[in-house]
Structure formats: structure tokens, C-alpha cells
Write a protein that binds this ligand. Structure first.
Ligand code: ARG
Length: 563
């Protein structure tokens, strides 16, 4: 889809039966640029209009208002629009120059709130690459919602409650040591957890012990509660190091435990609506009426303990009451798809119409050099190590390319972390992908550092010139700059599409496109020559840098001035 208001308006005037949306979704980029800037295919109109597509195209071109275009021509079944290059260049460059980082702002959201459940790692376990995905996708979506006029609320639904804490408390009390935990909290707690599972394989009764300790915790037992609090605080400290490093913050850290006193209400409504059914001692909600293939939602276990689902139901209701969200997003891996389908189904049965505003923003699996990760077996790739390695690789390249750079270490951190984040975001989020650090941190190719480098290059050109830039006479019309101008022109529609599709990758791919077009221009033309278009060319360079910086900001990637 290519958006261009001018084209949609011209078409709308002759195709009165179609809506603006119907017209704009048909617009596409022509197969090659000598066919024009935007194409409108007429195939789908043939049925309605009872005419051959070629004829429709010819008829429309004969009647359409061509003013403001270089030309409008029919090529077989397509109507091809050639934009007036000078007018477009003037308009686009002036808009970016005047608006700067506000270019592309969309006011549609009107300040309504979008809650974003994101990151949500589990206490006493290391943050995995999967949680990293949730963190960076959630953060980018939050920035994108804000750019579209909404107010994002970033919620870290910490996994700080559940039977695993019973297991952990049992393990700690039976073979753990305070000293050991203090020296390296998460790694030690993970070790106990892994050991627990090994031992439980030989001796089934351990699971009962774990369950009993969790029951104690839920019933408010003091010793259990104190241990839990300690594990939680230590874990949060380590998570915060990573959040600080990625410069990502949250509006709420209300994790699962926060809903302990809010679950009675859920149970009450379920009972009132006669939705709870006893099944082998447990309490469930049957969902087969909604969808035959849906397994029932477990609300209470046979020992009365509540579950992940129960806490999520309480959280969903709490969020609606507290934030009155327009949409409630859950950025969670695709393997939890059924959980969210069930959750929405239960909320619908409870009579909450807003259940339809809940969206599971699923994402694919990350593998690391071909290996899958699992915390249960203890073979995890630690995020901290990934960021450290990325930093090293970035530093090496900076030392080669720009040995005299002042703040190498800071820039290496921005490039290393940025590379990891960008790579995560440039793939369609539901794709599975493998992570190879060497490729990710390269300064060339489809990488974050490439976009950062392009932006730094644009900035350095601007530093070399001392002329005062103005927004007058920005009419560039050569083929080299035209590519860049059309991409800049598409930025506002890209912002909207990224939100409509909940896809940060649309912005990452856009930034790569813009970088490629700019580097091609940079390689083939002299920008800094003193002629009457110098100002226009520098405003173009500045516009590229404004838009690239904004793309990187939206993605949660830093934009170093020099690298
Ligand atoms: N802590 C969970 C996990 O690591 C993710 C929580 C996602 N959010 C939610 N509201 N269920 O699997």
C-alpha cells in the first residue's frame, strides 16, 4: 500500500462509489520507477463496472483532474501517476524541516490509553531472549502508539507468583544457603530450581512438598512470604540492570502477586453467572460453547490454589477499571496463544464487552546459533552476555573505522545494544529467527548499525557546512534525490501502518530503505558543492537525519552523532 492524499482525492472525484479507504488500499508502487510513482490497478473494478480493466483505466485517465501531477497515464489495466517532482520535493522537505521530530505525528488516538503488557519475566529465573523480545517489541509498540496519538501504559506483569515459588522455597530450605544466594542471586536460585526438577524425577513426593509451600505462601505464612520477598527483590535488581542498559522503563511493575486480593471478585462473578464447573476437584470454565476446540480454563486447583489464568483475569479487569483502555495488548510469545484465547473467552462469558479490545501480540521463537533455550534445563543464553558481546564487537569495528572517536565506549554500547534491539525488530514479529551476533552487529547490510551509521554520516555532512539552512526553494527534481523524497513522503503513512498492523518491523524496514537510498545518493553525487541547490540538498540531508533519528527512537535504538 502506498498512500498519497493527492492521488486518493483525484481518484475519489471520479470514483464516487468507492470510499477513501478502498481507494488507498489499492494503491501500489509500480513495478519500475519509469512507470511512475504510484499505480492504481483497475482489475477489481471490472466486475462492478461491467467493463474491461483496460477500458476503465483509459476512461478514468480521460476524466481525472491532472493538475498537480507531472502526468497521469493508463498503462494497460493500471493508472500510473507521475508526481510533480519539484512541487512534491518542496512540500515534503519543507514539512520535515518545519516539523522536525513531529513529522509523521498522527492524532488519531486522541489521548486514549493503550495498555501494553510487556517483558514480564519470571522472578528467580534469568531473563531469557524471549523476554527480551517482549521487552523490545512492547517498548517499540508503546512508542508507536504514542506517535499515533494514544497514551501507552507499559505494564511489567512480573511472574512473581505460582507453584514454582513453593518449589523454590522448599529447595532453598532443604539444601540452599543464604551465602550462596547472596553471592549470585538469580543463577543460584535457578540452580536450586533445576536441582529440584532433577530430584523430583526420582522422588515424586517433592512435588507435593513444593505445592504445600506454595499453599503456605498463598495463605500468608510469614516465613514463606519473607523468602518470596527476598527472591523477588534480588531478581528485580538484576532485571533493572538490563532495563537500564536498554533504556526502557515501565509505568507499572504490578506482577501476578499484585492480584492476590483481587481474585475473589473474579470467582464471585464466575459463580454468579454459573460459569464455574467442578472437574476432578478443580474449578473450571467450560469454553466449548464458544469454540469446540477450546480446552476449559482452569480457575482453581483441587487444593484451592489459584492459577496463572485466574491472575490474568483479575489483571484484565483491574486494567479496564484503572485505565479504561481503548486496547489492551499482551506482548507474549506465540506458545501462549491458547491461554489468551481462553482468557478472552472467559471474559466474554462474564459479560465484559471490552474483551474484544484485548489483543495477544504474539511473536516467534528466537534461537541462538541454532539452539533453542529452556530455563528448566538451565541452558539459557544470558541477555547480559549477549549485550556484553555485542558491545565488544561494536567497539572492535569503531576502533577500525574511526580510531580517533572521543567517547568510543559509550558509542560501542549504543551500537551494540542497538544492533541487538534492531535485529529483533526488523523481522515480522511472528517469524522465528536465529540470532548470530557477528551478523547482527555488522555496519553493512540489514542491521541497526547500518542505519545508525547512515544517520551519523548525514550529520557529519551537515557539520561540514556552515550555511544557515532555510525552508525556501526546496525543489529538487533529479532522479537521485527523487527516491529519497518519495520515501520521506511515505513516512506518515508508514507510522500509521505500523500501528494498524502492530508491527515495529514496518518502521525498521522503512529505515533500512531510506538508508539505502541515501547511501546510494551519497556515493554518486557531490552534496557540498556551492551552487544554487546547496541549501535544498542540505535540507534533504537534514530531513534524512531527522527521519532516521525518529525511526531509531521509535524502535528504542540510540542514534549516535558520530561513530
Ligand atoms: N511471566 C510469563 C512468562 O514468562 C509471561 C507473562 C505474560 N503476561 C501475562 N499477562 N500473562 O511466561
Amino acid at each position: 500500500m502506498v498512500d498519497n492524499i493527492q492521488i486518493v482525492d483525484a481518484l475519489k472525484a471520479v470514483l464516487t462509489d468507492l470510499t477513501v479507504e478502498q481507494i488507498s488500499e489499492k494503491l501500489e508502487a509500480p513495478k519500475s520507477s519509469d512507470l511512475g510513482d504510484v499505480a492504481f490497478p483497475t482489475f477489481t473494478l471490472a466486475k462492478i463496472m461491467h467493463k474491461a480493466p483496460q477500458q476503465i483505466a483509459a476512461d478514468i485517465v480521460a476524466t481525472i483532474d491532472q493538475s498537480g501531477f507531472e502526468k497521469v497515464v493508463a498503462t494497460g489495466p493500471y493508472i500510473n501517476f507521475f508526481l510533480d517532482k519539484e512541487a512534491t520535493s518542496n512540500k515534503v522537505l519543507k514539512t520535515v524541516f518545519d516539523l522536525e521530530s513531529a513529522y509523521g505525528d498522527n492524532l488519531d488516538g486522541q489521548g486514549t490509553k493503550i495498555t501494553i503488557d510487556m517483558s514480564s519475566p519470571n522472578i528467580a529465573k534469568p531473563m531469557s531472549m524471549g523476554h527480551l523480545r517482549s521487552t523490545v517489541i512492547g517498548n517499540a509498540l508503546a512508542n508507536i502508539t504514542a506517535k499515533n496519538g494514544y497514551e501507552p501504559v507499559k505494564i511489567n506483569h512480573l511472574g512473581d507468583w505460582g507453584t514454582q515459588f513453593g518449589k523454590l522455597i522448599y529447595a532453598y530450605k532443604t539444601w540452599g544457603s543464604e551465602q550462596e544466594v547472596k553471592s549470585d542471586p538469580i543463577a543460584t536460585l535457578l540452580k536450586y530450581y533445576v536441582e529440584f526438577h532433577e530430584k523430583a524425577k526420582e522422588d515424586e513426593s517433592l512435588n507435593d512438598e513444593g505445592r504445600a509451600w506454595f499453599k503456605k505462601l498463598e495463605d500468608g505464612d510469614r516465613e514463606a512470604h519473607e523468602l518470596w520477598q527476598w527472591f523477588r527483590a534480588e531478581s528485580l535488581k538484576e532485571f533493572s540492570e538490563i532495563y537500564d542498559r536498554l533504556d526502557i522503563d515501565f509505568d507499572s511493575f504490578n506482577g501476578e502477586a499484585f492480584y492476590n486480593d483481587k481474585m475473589e471478585k473474579v470467582i464471585d462473578i464466575l459463580e454468579e453467572k454459573n460459569l464455574l464447573v467442578a472437574s476432578q476437584g478443580a474449578q473450571i470454565v467450560d469454553l466449548s460453547d464458544i469454540n469446540q476446540n477450546l480446552t476449559p480454563a482452569m480457575i482453581k486447583r483441587s487444593d484451592g490454589a489459584t492459577l496463572y489464568m485466574t491472575r490474568d483475569l483479575a489483571a484484565a479487569i483491574y486494567r479496564k477499571e484503572k485505565y479504561n483502555f481503548a486496547k489492551s495488548l499482551y506482548v507474549v510469545g506465540g506458545e501462549q496463544r491458547e491461554h489468551f484465547v481462553q482468557m478472552k473467552a472467559v471474559l466474554s462469558l462474564m459479560g465484559f464487552e471490552w474483551a474484544n479490545d484485548i489483543e495477544h501480540i504474539a511473536f516467534g521463537l528466537i534461537t541462538f546459533n541454532g539452539k533453542k533455550m529452556s530455563t528448566r534445563k538451565g541452558d539459557v543464553v544470558l541477555l547480559k552476555d549477549v549485550l556484553d558481546d555485542a558491545h565488544e564487537l561494536a567497539l572492535k569495528q569503531i576502533q577500525e573505522k574511526n580510531p580517533s572517536l572521543d567517547n568510543k565506549d559509550l558509542v560501542a554500547e549504543q551500537v551494540g545494544a542497538g544492533a541487538v534491539v534492531f535485529h529483533d525488530l526488523m523481522n515480522d514479529r511472528t517469524n522465528n529467527f536465529d540470532f548470530n551476533l557477528e551478523e547482527v552487529v555488522r555496519f553493512e547490510g540489514d542491521t541497526g548499525p547500518y542505519v545508525q551509521y547512515t544517520n551519523a554520516r548525514a550529520k557529519s555532512i551537515l557539520r561540514k557546512s556552515s550555511i544557515q539552512l532555510t525552508s525556501e526553494q526546496l525543489n529538487l527534481s533529479d532522479a537521485q534525490t527523487w527516491d529519497i523524497i518519495t520515501i520521506l513522503n511515505n513516512f506518515p503513512s508508514t507510522i500509521q501502518r505500523a500501528w494498524q498492523q502492530r508491527e515495529a518491523s514496518i518502521i525498521a524496514k522503512y529505515s533500512l530503505n531510506l538508508s539505502r537510498a541515501f547511501n546510494k545518493y551519497y556515493a554518486n553525487s557531490k552534496i557540498l558543492v556551492e551552487d544554487n541547490q546547496l541549501n535544498a540538498r542540505l535540507v534533504l540531508v537534514k530531513s534524512v537525519s531527522i527521519v532516521l533519528t525518529e525511526c531509531l527512537r521509535l524502535l528504542g535504538v540510540k542514534a549516535p552523532e558520530e561513530m
